[in-house]
Write a protein of this length. Structure first.
Length: 135
């Protein structure tokens, strides 16, 4: 639809706050069907990364799609409890990569999205930016 091409400006996307644990931040956004959020991820080289999202269905099932370049991963959230969902492997190219998370149906709460180089098993959000040497 026409609305999926434009940023929602009539009412802001609120960040909800409900806790302080680092990996369970409880700072999350709620997105409805066809709404999206986008992030730029810089990489200094071609890298393959596991992508994990901490999300939940807000009411009833929700389908989210995460796209980086030509890589598209889709998952159905059927539980209203928070889950860390492995969405598979994506490829980062050298330079700026656009990660777009779109709710295809339903309403979803999104806490965080994590990219982890599979060879390290280290969480990308641990202070070492994806694409930079860990040493």
């Amino acid at each position: 639809g026409q609305h999926s091409r434009f940023y929602r400006v009539s009412n802001p996307v609120f960040v909800t706050y409900a806790g302080t644990n680092r990996w369970l931040s409880w700072q999350y956004i709620t997105l409805g069907s066809s709404e999206w959020t986008r992030y730029t991820i810089s990489s200094d080289a071609l890298r393959h990364c596991q992508i994990v999202a901490r999300a939940r269905a807000n009411s009833g099932p929700a389908v989210i799609e995460i796209r980086i370049g030509d890589d598209v991963q889709t998952v159905t959230l059927s539980d209203q409890g928070w889950n860390e969902t492995n969405l598979g492997t994506v490829t980062l190219t050298p330079g700026a990569n656009q990660l777009k998370c779109t709710v295809k149906s339903g309403v979803a709460d999104l806490d965080w999205i994590e990219l982890t180089p599979p060879e390290t098993g280290q969480r990308a959000a641990s202070g070492v930016p994806v694409g930079l040497p860990a040493r």
